[in-house]
Design a protein around this ligand. Structure first.
Ligand code: HEC
Length: 103
């Protein structure tokens, strides 16, 4: 490879990296929103219904404690108990925090 084609290749690589970076920045969702996208099939887009109980409009602490109750099995072996069993407390907090911003 001669000097100038090497330089052209280097510029092409930098150009690709820059545009990939810009793409990532515009498409990354907040972590809570990404986790909550799981819930929209049943609770409506952004938790606003239609569907099962509406999640929008609740506080973060209310949502978090409801999810912990499902996780503990106190509410029985239902859909939500199964659904939240895979989430860590940190993930449930992120979910509850993001959902609480929805009105
Ligand atoms: C497969 C459908 C389904 C999915 C997916 C689902 N839910 Fe649910 N959710 C339900 C059903 C059904 C209930 C009612 C359960 C009950 O009260 O016995 C419910 C109830 C709830 C409640 C209690 C609401 C209230 O007012 O009592 C909360 C909070 C909740 N879901 C949060 C979530 C979150 C957060 C997610 C995503 C991580 C999620 N759900 C995903 C079906 C679903």
């Amino acid at each position: 490879m001669n000097k100038s084609s090497g330089r052209a290749l280097a510029l092409a690589v930098i150009g690709t990296a820059v545009s990939a970076g810009a793409w990532a920045q515009t498409t990354v969702s907040p972590p809570g929103r990404l986790l909550a996208s799981n819930c929209f099939q049943c609770h409506g887009t952004n938790g606003k219904g239609p569907g099962f109980e509406r999640l929008a409009g609740k506080s973060a602490s209310e949502l978090f404690s409801e999810m912990k109750e499902f996780q503990s099995g106190k509410e029985g072996d239902n859909i939500m108990a199964r659904h939240v069993s895979g989430f860590s407390d940190a993930q449930l907090r992120a979910l509850a925090q993001w959902l609480s911003t929805q009105r």
